[in-house]
Design a protein around this ligand. Sequence first.
Ligand code: F6P
Length: 320
Amino acid sequence: VKKIAVLTSGGDSQGMNAAVRAVVRSAIYFGIEVFGIQRGYQGLLNRDIFPMDLRSVGDIIQRGGTILQSARCLEFLTPEGQQKGADILNEMGIDGLVVCGGDGSYKGANKLSKLGINTMALPGTIDNDISFTDYTIGFDTAVGVVVDAINKLRDTMSSHERSSIVEVMGRHCGDIALHAGLASGAETILVPEMPYDLNEVADRMRDNFARGKRHSIVIVAEGVGKGEDVAQALKDRHSSLDARVTVLGHIQRGGTPTPGDRNLASRLGDFAVRSLIEGHSDKACGIIKGELTLTDIDLVVNTKKDFDIELYELASRLSQ
Ligand code: F6P
């Protein structure tokens, strides 16, 4: 490869900038010309493509969001749109593309590789819902945001002996809820991967208050439903349960990335470039037990990520 491009796509995540920086700087280090594509696949179709140099990624490693911006692009879902994207890259002599995003972004990279573009996908999403990687870029920071919010909620909930229902992101994946729940000592963690019984939850909360607990934290992954509905359901069961709902929303996608996310992004970005140089294509870059890994994008998008049941059971043991 002589010329590569990088784009960020789908919902942004903290650490995407660190990934872009790593792609650009490693490419230049290895003598490859590198281009940035603005606003994901939409920018590709709009030819919003510009050369990047060492300085264009200066002072971004610590910033949330993505300097390349992101967009959802309906046209790129069509075969015509995908062909147009490949044609534009070919015209510009760009023979490698690094895409940082979630599931939908991976599918786009897979389509382009079928049209002759060498592609690498980096897991950029706070949800941690990409298989064949233990962690995605942004997940650690998002979990930190949730834990920080719960620390604050605990103060006021204890004063009033209330319970707090905290709705967190994760459309199809309970990892943010699980990891933040374990780290913040939540009493109950509701995730789409595990069955739950609201009667049991309500009884346990009532009994805990009777035993002298001063607050109760329930984390609800958005894939389970709305925090407001859970609060109402609990109140319907025991009117004494005075639950307040907090929806953390897009706050979870912002803020300065943790050192863990910056380092993960730096390792994966550099690995993507080195893998393109070695002749790989249509691969998802991941990290499994600390080792960098390459997996066929097809396999990644068609495999549901395993849920860590041991961690879930641990959180439940420790929450008594
Ligand atoms: O980034 C993933 C995610 O945060 C999901 O958990 C959430 O449902 C979704 O993005 C919302 O994103 P948007 O508002 O950008 O569509």
